[in-house]
Write a new protein. Sequence first.
Length: 431
Amino acid sequence: MQSFRMSNLLLVILLPSLCVSLTFAQAPDQSTENLVALAAKKERAFSRHRTYVLAVSFSPDGKRVASAGGDRVKVTNLESGKEILKLKNSRHMTFRSVAFSPDGQWLVGGQSYLKGQKTRRQGDRMITTFFHYGETLVWDAQTGAVQTTLNFHDYPAWQVAFSPDSRWLAIATGPVAEGRDCEKDLCEGVGEVFIIETKTWQLVSRLKGNPLPMRTLAFSPDSRLLAGSSRMIEGTGRLQNEEAYEIFIWDVATGALKTSLPGHSRAITALAFSADGQLLASASRDRSLKVWDMKTSRQLRTASEYMISYDELESMADKSGKKKPKDMLPSISWLSGIVFTKDGEQIVGCGGDGIIRIYDTDSGKINRIVKPRDWPITSWDQPWDSSAIAFAFMYRRPPFYGLLNSIALSPDGTTLATGGADGKIRLMSLE
C-alpha cells in the first residue's frame, strides 16, 4: 500500500479550472431561450494566460480584475478591456492566489513550487513526502512595482486574503514542521495562517490548524474574525477523522481560536461571509453547501441540491445540441468557490461540473443555473503542465478540466468574474 504524507512543504495537486462561455438556465423543466440570449449579450471574455487561471480578484473600485495563472499575475482594465499590468513570478513558482487590498493600495500574489519528493518505507507502507517552497509578492496596485517580498522559511502561500479594513494580510500555508529536517526523517507538520500587519509587512501572529495545509480563508466584514480550513487533493492521503474537515474561527487581534465548526464529511473547498457578518457559508467535496450562524456557531441548513442526475444532465445537453454519452459526463461535482450576493439573499457557487449555481440563502434551494453553451465539457486542448502530469500519474487517467476553480463578485454586487483552463477570465452580469 502506498500513502502520501505531508511534511515541511506538501504537494497539493491543483486541478486546473475550465471557464467557458456561460449562459443562463432555469431549472430543467422550464424554458431557457430568453435567458440564454440575455446572458450571452452580458458576457465578456479576455484571453490573458497561457495556462489555467487559479484565482481572480476585483479592484475595490470595480474597474480592474487581477488574475493569477501560471507564472504571471495580470491586471485587466474593464473599461478598455486592455491588459495594464503583467507581473512576473519569482524562482519559477506558480501563482496560486491573488488579492487586491480593499483600500486599493496593494496587490498581492501567493505562489509555490514543488521542490522535490522522497519515498520511504514504514512497515508495510510506502510513504511519499512532497516538498514545496513559496513566497508572497506585494505590488503597488497602480504601478505594479514590487513593494516587498514576504518569505517565511520558504513556506508555500496557498491562499492570500486581506481584511476588509486593509490592516491585515492573511497567508494560508503549511504544513509547517519547524526544527525538523523532513528530507531525512518522516515528520508531520501543522497547517498555519500567517497574519501580516500591512503598515510594516511584519509577521504578527501564526494561527495553527491541523496537520493538513491551510488552503481556504475568509475574513468577517468587521475584520475581527478569520475563518480557515485545510485541505489536500483526494487520493494523496488525508486524516481519517472528522477533525480533518472542521472550520477554524480565530480572533484576528489576539490570534486565539474562538471555535471550530465540524459537520462536513470531506475536505472543505470554499468559505464566504455574508455582508452583515451574521452568516458563514462553507462548501465541501462532500457535495454540500452549509450555512452557519456566527452568533451561535450553529449549522442552520445544508444545501445538498447540487448533484443532478445523469438524465437531467443529458436533458440539458440535448437542449444545447451537444448530447454526450453518460460515461463522458463530468465526474467531479463539488462547489469549489462560493460568494454571497451583496444583499446576502443568495449564494453563488461554481463547481467541478463547469456549472454555476445560485442558491437561496434561507431555503438552500437553487434559484438559477449558469451553464456553458458547449456544456458538458470533457476535454482539454491546452499543453500539459506539471499539475496535469502529476494528476495523471496519481490517478492513472488523464486529468479532467471541467472544474470552475475561481470566482469573485464585483464590489457593487452586479458582476461575477471566473477564471479557467483556457487562460481566459470571463465576466458575467447578475442583473
